[in-house]
Design a binder for this molecule. Structure first.
Ligand code: NAD
Length: 500
């Protein structure tokens, strides 16, 4: 009998009554290993009703006690790291060490959230007027929701619920239906850490539940991460319903290589960033832009042997550089982009199509692929492939290289490899991209800074986690107070009060 993955509402597993299910594969074998019950509008309503009640007591719990739950949750994540990483890899397909990285990057947001008593402190002005003080406080929004993608089933839920819950909100998580088990396990561990029932609920599902979240009057804010078209849709519909929405989308990150770069280090960085996690990262580096043909040739000569050395394997293979992609449909999509690149006239130097891993012939593996002579007018360059495909676009000048990521529809991350500080500085100041790496291939900011792209990589105006996460999940209340000490009553004033 196939295992079924359920909702997690009010501290317990709740079966969906929809009769609709999503297949959860083991990408290593290509077999269905479980199914997830896809929720209904009524099931979402029930989770929200539970969350509304639970949030009142949680918001009234002082921030130090809320922080203690976060400290304990962090301890539990560490204690359960192996089990969580195996569960994550078994549904996602990334190698175990990379799954641990996925969990660790979420854990670091929990560490940030442990500082919530300090982070929620307001501002105070004594004597803003005669006998008048002004102070502000940050209050939770109430019930908020997160809708997350398949590629970081631990980190991205924790970006959101870690901060939101520490701020005193209750949270509804709608994880990806492709790898839904880790989010449930995280919610169970939050309960074990002392979170009251109903403060964190997981509602499984697809578009039906997403739409119900976007339309629900008691959900005050929605944080979304996924592909850009859906991000845009979620942003528009959520905002139209009067909610706060932050919606992160797709990416096509460029790595600019200047002629003075340390090429050996650059190649090592590029290979890891392009092919790690089978390229299924929004901060992967799938486009390399060498400046000048000499740099391009030298880079290509060094890249090829490294690409040829790449070892694919099942996620539990400790020697594998990367594992399978998420499902058969995605494998077909990546391969169709390779096909498109060939049709468009790019030079296919290494072809990963049709790769079979011995003993796992039905697994969703895509071999490493490398294109040279890709040009900006090609559709395969303009769109996100989200697979182990590296495209080389040659630029003839620094300005031409800078223009590529700047003019691209996506603006999530970018990296520049150089020994020239002035060039790097100019690049960082002028590139139209949200996160920049200087000799750093995957510039994902640490948890106490904030994560977010530009252009079609993010809709809305606050980033994930860090101080912007606190702002997103709280609202400001500003109090102006005076305590008249008796004496003569002052006349009514019909003029707007000013401070002259
Ligand atoms: P996706 O857009 O298919 O799914 C994301 C979420 O939206 C899921 O929970 C899914 O159930 C829901 N969804 C899917 N179709 C929907 C629809 N028609 N209506 C309403 N909801 C729908 O994304 P994915 O394939 O799970 O994840 C990969 C994408 O996420 C890539 O584009 C990647 O770049 C992006 N991503 C972005 C970031 C970032 O921070 N910018 C981080 C990770 C992943």
């Amino acid at each position: 009998m196939t295992r079924t993955i359920h909702h997690f509402i009010s501290g317990s597993a709740v079966e969906s009554a929809s009769g609709r299910f999503g297949d959860v594969f083991d990408p290593n074998t290509g077999q269905v290993q479980a199914r997830v019950g896809l929720g209904t509008v009524e099931e979402l309503d029930r989770a929200v009703a539970v969350a509304v009640e639970a949030q009142k007591g949680w918001a009234a719990t002082n921030p130090q006690r809320r922080a203690r739950v976060m400290f304990e949750f962090k301890r539990l994540l560490e204690a359960n790291m192996d089990e969580l990483a195996h569960l994550l890899s078994s549904e996602h397909g990334k190698v175990i060490a990379d799954s641990k990285g996925d969990i660790q990057r979420g854990l670091e947001v929990i560490e940030f959230a442990c500082g919530i008593p300090h982070l929620l402190k307001g501002e105070y002005t004594q004597g803003a007027g005669p006998g008048i003080d002004v102070y502000s406080m940050r209050q939770p929004l109430g019930v908020v929701a997160g809708i997350t993608p398949f590629n970081f089933p631990a980190m991205i839920p924790m970006w959101m619920f870690g901060v939101a819950i520490a701020c005193g909100n209750a949270f509804i998580l709608k994880p990806s239906e492709r790898d839904p088990s880790v989010p449930v396990r995280l919610a169970e561990l939050m309960m074990e850490a002392g979170l009251p029932e109903g403060v964190l609920n997981v509602v499984q599902g697809d578009k039906t539940v997403v739409d119900a979240i976007l339309d629900h009057a008691d959900i005050k804010a929605v944080s979304f991460v996924g592909s850009s078209d859906i991000a845009h849709y979620v942003y528009q519909r959520g905002v139209a319903a009067g909610k706060r929405v932050q919606a992160m989308g797709g990416a096509k990150n460029h790595g600019i290589v200047l002629p003075d770069a340390d090429l050996d280090q650059t190649v090592a960085d590029l290979v890891g960033a392009a092919f790690g996690s089978a390229g299924e990262r929004c901060m992967a580096l799938p486009v390399v832009v060498p400046v000048g043909d000499q740099t391009a040739q030298a880079l290509k000569d060094r890249l090829l042997p490294e690409i040829e050395k790449l070892r694919l394997g099942v996620s539990t293979d400790a020697d594998a550089h990367y594992g399978p992609v998420i499902n058969a449909a995605h494998k077909a999509k990546v391969e169709s982009y390779i096909e498109m690149g060939v049709r468009e006239g790019a030079e296919l130097v290494v072809d990963g199509r049709g790769f079979k891993l011995q003993g796992h012939e039905d697994g969703f593996f895509v071999g490493p692929t490398f294109f040279d002579k890709v040009t900006p007018d090609m559709q395969s360059y303009k769109e996100e492939i989200f697979g182990p495909v590296l495209q080389m676009v040659r630029a003839q000048s620094f300005e031409a290289a800078l223009a590529l990521p700047t003019n691209h529809q996506y603006g999530n991350g970018v990296a520049i490899f150089t020994r020239n500080g002035a060039a790097a500085r100019e690049f960082a100041a002028n590139v139209e991209v949200g996160m920049v790496g200087i000799n750093v291939p995957i510039p994902v900011p640490v948890a106490y800074h904030t994560f977010g792209g530009w252009k079609r990589s993010a809709f809305g105006d606050t980033n994930q986690h860090g101080p912007e996460g606190i702002r997103f999940f709280t609202k400001v209340k500003t109090i102006t107070q005076r305590w008249p000490a008796g004496g003569p009553v002052t006349d009514s004033s019909f003029i707007i009060p000013t401070m002259r």
